[in-house]
Write a protein that binds this ligand. Structure first.
Ligand code: PHB
Length: 388
């Protein structure tokens, strides 16, 4: 015979176990696999910060279900992304995935497809990734969106001779191809197409080659996080003094590093979907809350993470909290809202992001460097170059 107190203890224990099982079943698990260390570490840091800010502002429950973020560091190595995603699916039994850099997204696409997990791309900027799984939806951006707009702007501003310089990985290749296609078709000339190693780049010898070709401008894509090193070497080679303009997608003057780049980048013209100086009340509130929480400026990656969480929350609201992959994807397709970046929507056909691309120039506001928007291209879709 068990004593009264032992029976009471067992009853309490079973009650506790039951509650925790019920809670576990109720919790919606979102796995974010991001580069928190390694070459693209600043990107992961910004995305996770943006995602966490969203949860902090909107609460960590949605339609009565608790949301748990499980953040994992893939160390900027695609094989690690794959191993982590496998583990998150099999062991953590996550419901929804947040996907990071292009090489990682390409590596995890088959796993996402076979496990039928809704997966929101919050970092990758290559056009091709969205086609690699029917369960991918994107809140980040494509490099082709801003590269094509940069080419347009260059031609309109009588820039006819350009050297391209990009990081030697898929996003760089796509930026180069998109710019080239549009620029050549409009009568421009590419004097040289230079590719720079992604890891620990020394831009100096490549910049010398670019300078020797005497272009009117240099079109540059380096991933966010490498802009400050690039800017320093750009100035050391005297590009600014030679009157050779720096143009390209906004990764090179991203808000994370821009405050430390120095006055030599004043006047740099880039095309991009987000600037911390975007003049809207929604963005002002976002930047203020972000600065208060983290003490550094949000960049375009932070907004991609913030919007990724918004897309997930709103889709869950539409399914009333049900984790039904088809229903969630259906809810995400065509969704539109006002983001800190401005209007954003998900193309219902391609599941890709549609947003404004702004032309911006680096200027000083209250003594600090910002990308100040001066022209807007509305609701730009990925041009899907060579794919449709
Ligand atoms: C990517 O992995 O697609 C990527 C990384 C950093 C960038 C842009 C794109 O700045």
């Amino acid at each position: 015979m068990l004593g009264k107190s032992v029976r009471a203890a067992i009853a309490t224990l079973s009650a506790l176990l039951l509650t925790s099982t019920a809670q576990a079943a109720d919790t919606i698990k979102i796995g974010l696999v991001m580069p928190m260390t390694g070459t693209l570490a600043t990107n992961g840091k910004q995305i996770v910060a943006g995602a966490r800010l969203y949860l902090q502002q909107r609460g960590d429950t949605v339609v009565g279900r608790k949301v748990e973020l499980i953040v994992k560091d893939d160390t900027t190595v695609p094989d690690v992304s794959k191993r982590i995603v496998q583990d998150l699916i099999v062991n953590d039994k996550i419901d929804i995935l947040g996907v990071g850099m292009t090489p990682g997204a390409l590596a995890v696409a088959p796993l996402v497809t076979s496990a039928k997990k809704p997966a929101v791309i919050m970092l990758a900027g290559t056009s091709i990734v969205i086609d690699k799984s029917p369960y991918f939806v994107r809140t980040s951006f494509t490099l082709a969106q801003s590269s094509v707009v940069t080419a347009d702007w260059a031609i309109k501003n009588d820039i006819r001779k350009v050297v391209t310089l990009v990081s030697d990985f898929a996003p760089g290749h796509e930026a180069e191809a998109a710019f080239k296609q549009k620029f050549l078709a409009a009568g421009g000339q590419i004097a040289e197409a230079i590719r720079v190693p992604l890891q620990n780049p020394d831009f100096s010898p490549f910049l010398q080659r670019a300078r020797d070709a005497s272009p009117q401008a240099i079109f540059v894509f380096v991933p966010s996080g490498q802009g400050a090193t690039f800017a320093r070497q750009f100035v050391e080679r005297g590009f600014d003094k030679a009157g050779i303009r720096l143009i390209g997608p906004g990764d090179v003057t991203d808000d994370d590093l821009l405050p430390s780049m120095g006055d030599a980048v004043l006047g740099t013209v880039t095309a991009h979907f987000y600037s911390a100086a975007h003049p809207s009340p929604v963005n002002k509130a976002f930047v203020e809350a972000f600065l208060k929480e983290y003490k550094y400026r949000p960049n375009f990656m932070a907004v991609s993470g913030y919007d990724g969480m918004h897309l997930i929350y709103e889709a869950l609201r539409k399914t009333n909290g049900a984790i039904d992959t088809e229903a969630l994807l259906q809810a995400m397709k065509g969704m539109a809202w006002e983001s800190p970046r401005g209007p954003i929507s998900i193309d219902p056909q391609t599941r890709d992001v549609v947003h404004n691309i702004y032309m911006r120039k680096v200027e000083k506001l209250n003594g600090e460097l910002y990308n100040v928007e001066f022209a807007t291209f509305n609701a730009v879709k990925d041009p899907r170059l060579g794919r449709d």
